[in-house]
Design a protein around this ligand. Sequence first.
Ligand code: DAK
Length: 258
Amino acid sequence: MEFIKTEQQGHVLIITINRPDALNALNRQVLSELKTCVEGIDPEKVRCVVITGSGNKAFVAGADIAQMKSMTKAEGKEFGLFGNSVFSALEELPVPVIAAVNGFALGGGSELALACDIRIASDNAVFGQPEVALGITAGFGATQRLPRLIGEGQAKRLLFTGERVKADEALQIGLVCKVFPIEELIEKALAMANAIAANGPIAIRGTKVAIKKGLAMDLKAGLELEAGYFGDCFETKDQVEGMSAMLEKRKPEPFTGK
Ligand code: DAK
């Protein structure tokens, strides 16, 4: 792959968007390589994914404007559908994905972060949905995921004005969970990923799906759904070992996902 680098550390897979000359902007090839990478993830081997951008200036500065400039209506729609299929594949991974946002996350870059489960950012991160200033709507999910994450009012503010939001404000409005100095970002992302990877994989998977599906249901149906995933954990080796270890006042053996 030319624009996607991967590195596996234990049960954690680090994906780096590596197109620094264009601030990691998403052209078709980057998206296509990202899709291949995401579709190749084996949840038996990978328990958490960290996604970041190369360098310390940009996570992803958006979809590639040079490539989009001369698109026809049909090509624009097709590009949007393709981008959405990549981001949906990421969102639907059975393991958690952490976006380590290391600088500009504009347009499609912000939308890539929105498709992840958790967003943490460096202190120089800048978020924004500047598409309207280019004469287009957001096309990779922000009109849908942003209001679900930060509420309709804040999302409309960002999507209508195209205003940029720095890391401290992103934290305040719930767009990111934590902010770290840029030099510490990957280390903190890996610490979080390793903490997730050390937990019971069946429980993590059930939690991710229950949250995702539950948000599209009413509370009563969501609680029933949760009970199903809770039940699924029982009679697994991990549940028996986790509970036995607690009662026996010892550390559990590493969870196996069985
Ligand atoms: N696309 C292509 N190239 C980009 C780019 C981008 N989004 N962002 C930066 N670059 C390139 C620059 O052109 C420059 O290339 P060279 O001139 O060196 O060849 C290089 O990266 C370095 O950028 P700058 O020289 O501009 O660096 P600065 O530090 O001066 O500025 C910046 C950094 C991030 C403020 C600036 O580069 C910038 O404003 N970039 C554009 C940010 C932006 O507007 N992003 C949103 C893109 S729109 C849809 C599908 C998708 C989308 C929408 C609809 N449908 C099909 C419905 C998504 C849209 C977007 O993401």
